[in-house]
Design a binder for this molecule. Structure first.
Ligand code: ADP
Ligand code: MG
Length: 228
């Protein structure tokens, strides 16, 4: 028992330390980015190429740090009761342009009164990670991402269905493993964060996929009964 407490405490210190290091690294990166941008304006030939690579690498470091901070930052949880419909509307607004510029059709259908109890910000973040993956997987041709939210007995279900690249069973098994990514600009942290957030509220995240056909992600939350 005592050993367990010490181990949890150590873990907290480690994640707090990691979060502050990540946070501190962000500001020098921002100033380097500013100067690189200035230099890029006047650069020509080979130098321009080098600067563009530096910029792309810097952006990658920034993505990793942002995703990592979302994971490690000690946050105050604000647990409240809200509807999934409300959250999906906000998500739709924030990912709509991303889908449109990548020629992916996005449709969202939600039953009303799907109440759940959780930290709204975190749930939104987890769903955005899942939905963005679906958009990214289906941007190659005539992409279609359909999101449906419905009630099934005492559960609230959100189904995110795409007609993208799909995954083999080996690839499916690796989902949620830190730094597992098949994308050039991926961090491989998104689904790890999503799994954690969903499991923390006794929810479930499941994937079904057929390589070359598409993927369906299913998020299941315990429903809050008859909230008015
Ligand atoms: P990232 O998006 O940064 O690569 P994630 O943790 O969000 O990291 O996803 C990990 C990997 O899982 C992705 O690189 C991709 O290979 C795979 N993946 C996740 N969602 C899907 C999906 N809807 N369709 C196909 N592959 C997916
Ligand atoms: Mg992702």
């Amino acid at each position: 028992m005592q050993e367990q407490i010490i181990r949890t405490e150590k873990l907290n210190i480690t994640s707090q330390l990691a979060a502050s290091v990540a946070h501190e690294i962000r500001s020098p990166l921002t100033s380097i980015k500013g100067f690189l941008q200035l230099m890029l304006h006047n650069a020509e030939g080979k130098n321009k190429g080098y600067l563009e690579i530096s910029m792309a690498e810097l952006k990658r470091a920034e993505y990793i740090i942002n995703d990592f901070l979302n994971f490690a930052k000690p946050q105050i949880e604000t647990v409240e009761v809200f509807t999934i419909c409300q959250i999906l509307n906000q998500i739709k607004e924030s990912v709509f342009t991303f889908a449109q510029t990548n020629n992916v059709k996005l449709d969202v259908n939600s039953e009303q009164n799907l109440w759940i109890q959780a930290d709204q910000f975190k749930i939104k973040q987890a769903l955005i990670y899942i939905i963005k993956n679906s958009i990214e997987a289906s941007m190659i041709s005539q992409g279609q991402v359909s999101i449906k939210a419905y009630r099934k007995l005492n559960k609230v279900c959100i189904q995110i269905c795409d007609n993208g690249t799909g995954m083999t069973s080996e690839e499916l098994m690796r989902l949620g493993t830190p730094f597992y990514s098949t994308k050039t600009n991926g961090t491989g942290l998104g689904l790890m964060v999503a799994f954690r957030i969903i499991q923390a509220v006794s929810g479930k995240l499941e994937f079904q996929s057929v390589k070359g056909k598409g993927t369906t992600a299913l998020v299941i939350f315990p429903a809050v009964a008859d909230h008015k």
